[in-house]
Design a protein around this ligand. Structure first.
Ligand code: DX5
Ligand code: ZN
Length: 240
């Protein structure tokens, strides 16, 4: 019988793995993978020891780029048990939430910049059995998300303006990571954009527990295990 990975029980199993994984960890962003062979890329990331993968959904409106949507995620879900950390870079994420839930996405990340009141959507995400995460762009202050920290399972701090992989890390966002960590000592904090072996240690030292890495994992030699091992070493250094 075919495995139904989109069922609520399958999601609960994936989230059990996700919640219990040793942090800080790296989630590779598939934006930088070879889209002609995603199944093989997912297998290679599994063999390399990744805990989950980060899906970058771009609508060409909130960000000046297009990537892929829920039907693509649904096909990937058929071939992997990886938790899907799903970053909705969209002007109207609520409109598509059900599609991403049905597609088997697990952690749903929405931007505060498009949500005057994020609470109803964050609650809807949690009611669907997913983890809810709130994301803020580099110019957006910590005060914009502070009132909602009890409504989320994680926060995602952008360290580049979203829309493209391979950009340069902006260290001026680190005080926001520290502020979130000070306010909520145990809340998972992700950071996304320009994270690689030269920037990983400092973001971990600031309090990040999940590092989204695109170009730093999908390096040309295809040795994802080596990339993840180098990042793990920097994470260890930053945790000291
Ligand atoms: C940026 C995306 C990121 C990006 C990361 O718009 O949200 O997830 O793909 O790529 P790197 O690690 O290359 O900055
Ligand atoms: Zn992202």
């Amino acid at each position: 019988m075919a495995v139904d990975r989109s069922s609520p029980s399958a999601r609960a199993e994936r989230l059990k793995v996700w919640d219990s994984a040793k942090r800080p960890f790296v989630t590779p962003s598939l934006l930088n993978c070879n889209f002609a062979k995603v199944g093989a890329e997912l297998d290679a990331l599994k063999a390399a020891g990744a805990v989950g993968v980060h899906l970058d959904v771009m609508d060409g409106h909130f960000v000046p780029n297009l990537s892929y949507g829920a039907p693509v995620a649904a096909d990937w879900r058929k071939v992997t048990d990886f938790p899907f950390d799903t970053h909705l870079m969209m002007s109207d994420p609520g409109r598509y939430l059900d599609d991403f839930v049905k597609a088997g996405c697990d952690i749903i990340i929405v931007h505060i910049e498009v949500l005057p009141d994020p609470v109803p959507l964050l609650r809807k995400i949690r009611e669907a059995g997913c983890r809810a995460s709130l994301c803020l762009n580099p110019p957006t202050p910590y005060s914009a998300i502070e009132p909602y920290l009890d409504e989320v399972d994680a926060v995602l701090v952008m360290s580049v303006m979203p829309g493209f992989g391979g950009q340069k890390f902006d260290p001026t966002v680190l005080p926001k990571v520290r502020a979130i960590r000070a306010a909520r000592p145990h809340l998972p904090i992700s950071i996304d954009g320009g994270i690689n072996k030269t920037t990983a240690a400092e973001v971990v030292a600031a309090g990040a527990t999940q590092l989204v890495v695109g170009s730093g994992v999908f390096r040309p030699d295809g040795n994802y295990a080596a990339a993840l091992a180098e990042l793990a070493e920097e994470i260890r250094r930053g945790s000291l």
